[in-house]
Write a protein that binds this ligand. Structure first.
Ligand code: BV8
Ligand code: ZN
Length: 249
C-alpha cells in the first residue's frame, strides 16, 4: 500500500524525526562513515565516549573540530529546507533530531529538539560550565589531526564538545518533549536514520503504537511491520520536496 501524500496535507500534528542521513546530501558524513583518514581505525562508538576523551582529549577534540569544520563549510540541503517549509504548511510541527549539526536551524527551522546535543555548544568537561570563549575556525589539515582542547575560564578544566556521548544521559527536557510529541502526533516522518541508537530510536515506535502513521524516508528500504507504517525509498533531498509538491501543490 502506497503512502498517500494527502495524509501530509491533512496532518494535525506532524513530528519530523531526523538522523545523520538528512545531512548526508550537505556533504556531512553519517556517523558510520565519519571515520575516514586519521580515524579510520577507530570505532565511532568508542571515540564518542567520555573514556576516549579522558584517555586522549586531543584526539577526540580534533575529531569533533574536524566535524564542526565540515558543518561550517556545509549548506542546508533541500531536505532541511523542505522540513522548514513544512512547519509553515501544517497546523503543528515538532522537529526532533539526533544530529549535532545546526543545518536545520540554518534552513529556517526553530525550536529544534536536539536529543544528542550539538557541536556548537562546547562546555567544560570538569565543571560543565558552557565555554564562554569564541572557538576559532579550526586550522586542521584535511584529514584532521589531534588538537589540544581549550581550557575553561572558570576552573581551567578541558573543554569538550556539547554532544551526548555513548553512556551519557540524554538532555531530560528534550527527551520529555520528544516523547510527548510522539504520543500526540498523528503523522511521523522518520528521515535518514538507521534507528540503532537508544533511547532516540523509541520515538518513531512510540508514535506508531499510539496510532500515528509512520513514514520512513531512506535510500535503504525499511521492512514495515504494521499497518500505518510506510517506507519511501530514496534520498531525503529528493523525496521530501516531492512529497511537499504532491501534498500542497
Ligand atoms: C544512554 C552524538 C544511559 C555524538 C550520538 C546495547 C543495546 C541497546 C542499547 C545499548 C547497548 N549498549 C549501549 C546502549 C546504549 C547506547 C546505544 O544505543 N548504543 C547503540 C550503538 C547500540 N545509547 C547510549 O549510550 C545513549 N545514552 O543510553 O545513557 C544512561 C541513562 C541515565 C544516566 C546515564 C546513562 C546515548 C546515545 C547518544 C550517542 N551519541 N551522537 C556524536 O555525534 O559524535 S549517536 C550518533 O549515532 C548519531 O547522533 C546518530 O543518532 C547515531 C547513528 O549514527 P548514523 O548511523 O550515522 O546515523 P543514522 O543512524 O542516522 O544512519 C544514517 C542513515 O541515513 C542510514 O540509515 C542511511 O541509510 C541513511 N541515509 C544516507 N543517506 C541518506 C540517508 N537517508 C536519507 N537521505 C539520504 N541522502
Ligand atoms: Zn570548568
Amino acid at each position: 500500500m502506497e503512502f498517500d501524500p494527502q495524509r501530509l496535507a491533512q496532518a494535525r500534528h506532524l513530528l519530523v524525526f531526523t538522523g545523520a542521513g538528512v545531512s548526508a546530501e550537505s556533504g556531512i558524513p553519517t556517523f558510520r562513515d565519519a571515520l575516514s583518514g586519521l580515524w579510520e581505525h577507530f570505532d565511532p562508538a568508542r571515540l564518542a565516549t567520555p573514556q576516549a576523551f579522558r584517555e586522549d582529549p586531543a584526539l577526540v577534540w580534533g575529531w569533533y573540530e574536524w566535524r564542526r569544520l565540515k558543518v561550517l563549510e556545509a549548506q542546508p540541503n533541500p531536505a532541511h529546507l523542505a522540513i522548514a517549509e513544512l512547519a509553515r504548511r501544517v497546523p503543528r510541527l515538532t522537529l526532533v533530531t539526533q544530529n549535532v549539526d545546526d543545518l536545520h536551524e540554518r534552513a529556517g527551522s526553530s525550536e529544534v529538539l536536539h536529543l544528542h546535543g550539538s557541536l556548537h555548544t562546547p562546555k567544560c568537561f570538569a565543571c560543565n560550565r558552557p565555554f564562554n570563549g569564541q572557538l576559532p575556525v579550526p586550522e586542521l589539515p584535511e584529514q584532521g589531526a589531534s588538537l589540544e582542547p581549550p581550557r575553561c575560564s572558570g576552573c581551567n578544566g578541558k573543554i569538550r564538545p556539547g554532544v551526548v556521548w555513548f553512556g551519557e544521559a540524554l538532555p531530560q527536557q528534550a527527551l520529555k518533549d520528544a516523547f510527548k510529541a510522539a504520543d500526540e502526533c498523528d503523522l511521523l516522518l522518520s528521515v535518514g536514520t538507521s534507528g540503532l541508537v537508544q533511547p532516540a530510536a523509541q520515538i518513531p515506535l512510540r508514535a506508531l503504537h499510539q496510532g500515528a502513521t509512520l513514514v520512513h524516508i531512506n535510500p535503504q528500504p525499511h521492512t514495515c511491520s504494521a499497518p500505518g507504517e510506510y517506507s519511501l525509498v530514496g534520498p531525503a533531498g529528493q523525496i521530501l520536496p516531492q512529497l511537499l509538491r504532491q501534498a500542497f501543490g
